[in-house]
Design a protein around this ligand. Sequence first.
Ligand code: 5AD
Ligand code: FES
Length: 374
Amino acid sequence: MRNELIRGAFTGETEGTVSEEYRALIDECAEKKDLPDAQLLRLLDISEEADEAYLYAKAREVRERSYGKEVYLRGLIEFTNYCRNDCLYCGIRCSNAKADRYRLTGEEIAACADQGYDLGFRTAVLQGGEDMHFSDEEICSIVREIRAMHPDMAVTLSIGERSRQSYEKYFAAGAERYLLRHETADPVHYARLHPAHQTWETKKRCLQDLKDIGYQVGTGMMVGTPYQTRDCYLADFRFLQEIDPQMIGIGPFIPHSDTPFAGEAAGSVTETLHLISILRLFFPNALIPATTALGTKDPFGREKGVLAGANVVMPNLSPRGVRKKYLLYDGKICTGDEAAECRFCMERRIESVGYRVVVSRGDYRSSDSENQEQ
Ligand code: 5AD
Ligand code: FES
């Protein structure tokens, strides 16, 4: 495993040497944390292994300046797969009649968080479809309960688009972080991935509300969705610069057999890794997960993600009985494992590439704190 993984682009032990053009571009990007459109597009074109290796090495250098060798754990609790939305790419879309729907109770969710705490998680991510069965009061009481039981555990919500008033209530109840991927920042592309009533304007409004309220916000996009072009990525980078999120989650698109995109090609792991590295150069302090989708597309996808500049992993804490039902895409990994297995498997994986998982809330570090903690 190790040999296969740490070959080539990840060690710099490549055949050729980095081209002068790419060396200059990557150095400039690291220094300015920005690039003009034409150069950014050029960077997205990287294809030679030696250039890739230089990009990954620079991304690691930048991440190690902010976060050292630390990798933060988020325990993912997938508490409902009911969803009112109908995203064309997603396996739990409301029109997928084959999805076997479930909801955890408040007690079950709290029990997962408890177990996660004992396993060393200091962040619980409550993720679900847009399930209005969970009222604001119910969400707030679950958040309050976890925060009361474990004051040193952060609660992240990932429950989709809700009103600003709802977001305010959750924040007041103690949820400090919110994940809501923007999926694509190109409105025309957005419209091809979603039904007409799900709009880019609403997504953007939600993200701005979350930011205004004071959440640590996570957003991000899928890589390789149908109709996505390089210009879409350009729009993503500019949108990310505007929102300036604390966390950026990206992963390859993987088709689900009971969706309209069943026959489409999956996104590429290499392209995802390139984007992770470039995101790291643009956002040196961001929390960037090596996602489950990356691990699904490639058996060492998460390790490669860390070597490309990611600094977060999100093992699953959901009860084993429901894991197979939270199927956003086909072939999702870790659906047969217990929480403890995933937790320690992840630790070994991270250590195998020279990093270490830490028991910590893993808060965002602003530039002011950047050089203090290493
Ligand atoms: N492939 C990869 N990622 C997906 N997501 C949803 N469906 C898929 C898919 N088919 C991602 C979306 C969503 C997150 C929870 O999972 O980006 O925001
Ligand atoms: Fe779940 Fe490895 S992380 S089994």
